[in-house]
Design a protein around this ligand. Structure first.
Ligand SMILES: [Mg+2]
Length: 224
């Protein structure tokens, strides 16, 4: 079936979040956890975080760091808040070619941006990038309220009367938007980039329909 709509993820899909923001945000999170009572140096925290993330990438890494050092859940929450609810001070830009791609695709397809995190921070990223005009609707999924991308996808399908088979789901996290899109029956394109690139399907039937290393490749790979 023809693709009528495309749902894009933001972080590490349209912009290089891993390179531009992630390490700085982790440093601030470590400082916040130490200020909240974590008995560790920033360097210890960094090393433990790397190891936890390598082994259990889908877990709440801040809870795991707190548990590792015997600290309270309040310490974990301080890290979580510092990481996700930060003000964007950096200059941001999309990956090379992304704005031109969105500009072209938005004249032939309905484009949606569905980004999860803390909405105020995610909105700051959208504003800094100046990409809002390309999208028919932008949905900011609130992780602090346990909201899920899958529900946002369902609501968009209902609101715009889209069949799952007509909606291409594009994102860098196999364990998040790609699995959510697949569970609804959407064709999926995994942008294998960034800190979650090692989180892969466990069985062949879980595999995304398409895999690319840069989002601009979807035009050719998915024949858009
Ligand atoms: Mg992402």
């Amino acid at each position: 079936m023809k693709i009528r709509a495309i749902i894009f993820d933001l972080d590490d899909t349209l912009m290089n979040t891993s390179e531009l923001l992630v390490e700085k945000a982790y440093e601030e999170a470590a400082d916040a956890m130490i200020a909240a009572g974590l008995s560790a140096t920033a360097e210890d925290c960094h090393n433990v975080r790397k190891e936890i993330f390598r082994q259990h990438p889908s877990e709440n890494v801040f809870s795991a760091i707190a548990a590792h050092f015997g600290a309270s859940e309040e310490v974990a929450k301080a890290g979580y808040r510092a990481f996700y609810a930060r003000d964007i001070k950096e200059n941001l830009e999309t990956f090379a070619g992304v704005n031109a791609m969105l500009d072209r695709l938005c004249s032939s397809h309905d484009l949606f941006l569905v980004s999860a995190g803390i909405p105020n921070t995610q909105q700051q990223k959208v504003d800094a990038l100046g990409i809002a005009p390309f999208f028919k609707e932008i949905v900011l999924v609130d992780r602090s309220r346990e909201q899920e991308k899958r529900d946002a996808f369902l609501q968009l399908m209902q609101k715009y009367q889209l069949q799952a088979s007509e909606v291409l789901c594009v994102g860098n996290r196999f364990d998040d938007e790609i699995m959510a899109g697949k569970s609804l029956g959407m064709p999926t394109c995994w942008v294998q980039h960034g800190e979650y690139e090692h989180v892969k399907p466990e069985s062949p039937e879980d595999a995304p329909d398409y895999t690319v290393s840069r989002v601009v490749e979807i035009v050719e790979v998915c024949q858009l």
